[in-house]
Design a protein around this ligand. Structure first.
Ligand code: SAM
Length: 240
């Protein structure tokens, strides 16, 4: 008798992400864009068995399959990628949008190490994942099979252009007083350089935005310099 078709599945997360990104806003739109971002994948029982990660330490990169748990369950056939200015619509399956059926995401991340002293947790870098993201699976990355530098990449043929970032003296003073001055400065620069502002608002230069990174709210605005170039200026850093 032929097997009956699979019409629905139920998945159990194997763990959850702890990351530098408490909110969706500001998280880089792909992994590898802010390597100052640190994260941990904490495996949950019964998947927190050290045997399950034996050999994984020999790989430098991993595919993480996860749930866009903060996105609505309702999906849309057409989406508006920020890379296309936020107005043009393309098919959801031609995009990396979070508004997709099953809300599955996939990120290639760097594996820095594995801790097995208390449960199992993986130290990751360069993630594009919000704190609390449920993880469904991990697999080692095989560059000989999966790296395709010659591939066509549709409407996103290259990494997005970076914006210059500067901090006011007040913001610099707040940063200097923290124990994580260097790493937080690097993270702020890398995240803001991606220009997290919504694509459709980029003309509104007088607006103040806030990005949550670790335990701080980084308040910034866009300014136009003497050479008519846009840059992002951090006005203040507020511990929340
Ligand atoms: N690399 C993954 C992919 O291609 O499937 C994610 C790409 S998606 C465009 C990246 C964005 O997802 C981030 O900028 C962030 O705003 C959002 N995001 C990250 N974690 C999320 C979560 N748990 N729930 C909903 N949105 C999330």
């Amino acid at each position: 008798m032929p097997a009956s078709p699979c019409t629905s599945v139920s998945l159990t997360p194997i763990g959850r992400i702890e990351s530098d990104y408490p909110d969706k806003f500001g998280v880089p739109r792909q992994p590898g864009l802010a390597d100052a971002a640190r994260a941990r994948l904490v495996l949950t029982p019964p998947f927190d068995d050290p045997l399950a990660v034996r050999g994984l330490e020999a790989f430098s990169h991993l595919w993480v399959t996860f749930l866009f748990h903060l996105s609505p369950e309702r999906w849309m056939p057409l989406v508006r990628p920020p890379r296309l200015g936020g107005n043009a619509r393309i098919g959801v399956f031609a995009s990396r949008s979070t508004h997709r059926p099953n809300r599955l995401g996939q990120s290639l991340v760097e594996l820095e190490g594995i801790d097995t002293d208390a449960g199992v947790s993986l130290r990751l870098r360069s993630v594009d994942l919000v704190d609390g993201t449920p993880v469904l699976d991990i697999k080692p990355y095989l560059p000989w099979a999966e790296a395709r530098p010659e591939a066509r990449a549709g409407f996103a043929p290259e990494a997005p252009a970076l914006l210059p970032v500067r901090l006011t003296p007040e913001a610099q003073a707040t940063l200097a007083a923290r124990p994580d001055t260097t790493s937080l400065r690097e993270l702020i620069h890398q995240v803001l350089a991606q220009d997290p502002r919504p694509a459709y608002r980029r003309g509104a230069e007088d607006r103040i935005y806030g990005v949550r990174l670790r335990d701080v709210d980084v308040r910034f605005r866009a300014v136009v310099n003497d050479e008519s170039k846009t840059l992002l200026e951090v006005i203040e850093i507020v511990v929340v």
